[in-house]
Ligand binder design. Structure first.
Ligand code: F6P
Length: 319
């Protein structure tokens, strides 16, 4: 009989619960034990474990957040933290640790693997910044949440003939800004992948105004800075009243979309199926609609490819 440890780490993301449910139920199907680890790596170091069964994951598929809770631990990535974590997993006779989280969390998992811990990763983060997978758990819901909010912002932006800068999450990745911006007809993108001078963006705003486009939404990914400074500069450059909104943590919560529930269910299921085949040191990804298990280290070294075509299309459609 195998014993699986299961934790969520880093920023929570809608759909993590569906992944937890799929891991636990597939494990139960195979006759494995599951130890849930509360509060990510911090909880692991405090040995905050509890046995999970099919009932532990009842009625969570539609819930946002993560029932296992999460954290960002400063001690865990240190040499002492990693060694202690590996020791604890050994003491608890955990055969495989399933980690649901983003790039940082999975990098932590890789370090544990280097100390002999068997790992299976599942990419969960609203940022969609994991290069090896087309989508990460939570991204689709976060985009839908942003779209709902931006539609409301559009109403008032139109009524006042203003420019509105909408700040969304994404430290190193502009995907939330791009996907929500495309869906909401945003006029400009300020994202980490594209170093476009603000003068160029403002030039387009003024040209648009000259053609009769009196209100505009500009998407800003948080990795490029805060919306207040941008509002000030855009107003100076365009002479148009410019307001801003930070959508903030509402993007991280809420009931997951069907896409995220199904993505998470497939990934959670496949994670345990791979364990059943004796495969570890992997992360479950989706590429061109197909679920795959790829080498964890290779996945972490796969750079995220920026969708230039999508970016160009947004410029063309927002004229
Ligand atoms: O990693 C996901 C994310 O939502 C980022 O977009 C954001 O910068 C970060 O988490 C914020 O995390 P915290 O919960 O630590 O404020």
């Amino acid at each position: 009989m195998k014993r699986i440890g299961l934790l969520t780490s880093g920023g929570d993301a809608p759909g993590m619960n569906a992944a937890i449910r799929a891991v636990v139920r597939t494990a139960v199907y195979h006759g494995y034990e599951v130890y849930g680890v509360n509060r990510g790596y911090a909880g692991l170091l405090e040995q905050d474990f509890y046995p999970m069964n099919s009932r532990s994951v009842a009625n969570i598929i539609d819930h946002g957040g993560t029932i296992l809770q999460t954290s960002r631990s400063d001690f865990f990535p240190t040499n002492a933290g990693l060694h202690r974590a590996a020791e604890i997993l050994k003491e608890y006779e955990i055969d495989v640790l399933v980690v649901i989280g983003g790039d940082g969390s999975l990098t932590g998992a890789l370090k544990l693997q280097e100390l002999g811990v068997k790992i299976v990763g599942i990419p969960g983060t609203i940022d969609n910044d994991f290069g090896a997978s087309d989508y990460t758990i939570g991204f689709d819901t976060a985009v839908s949440t942003a779209i709902e909010a931006i539609s409301k912002i559009r109403d008032t932006t139109f009524s006042h003939n203003r420019i509105n800068v909408v700040q969304v999450m994404g430290r190193r990745c502009g995907d939330i800004a791009m996907y929500a911006g495309l869906a909401c007809g945003a006029k400009g993108m300020i994202i980490p992948e594209k170093d476009v001078p603000l003068e160029t963006i403002c030039g387009r705003l003024v040209e648009g105004r000259d053609r009769g486009k009196m209100h505009s939404i500009i998407m800003l990914a948080e990795g490029c800075g805060g919306y207040r400074d941008y509002c000030k500069k855009i107003q100076e450059l365009t002479k148009v009243e410019t307001k801003g909104t930070n959508l903030g943590y509402i993007q991280r919560g809420g009931s997951p979309s069907h896409f995220d529930r199904n993505l998470a269910s497939n990934m959670g299921y496949m994670a345990v199926e791979e364990i059943a085949k004796g495969h570890t040191g992997i992360v479950i990804v989706v590429r061109n609609g197909k679920y795959e298990a790829v080498d964890l280290e290779e996945a972490l070294n796969t750079p995220k490819v920026f969708d230039e075509e999508m970016y160009e299309m947004i410029q063309i459609l927002s004229i």
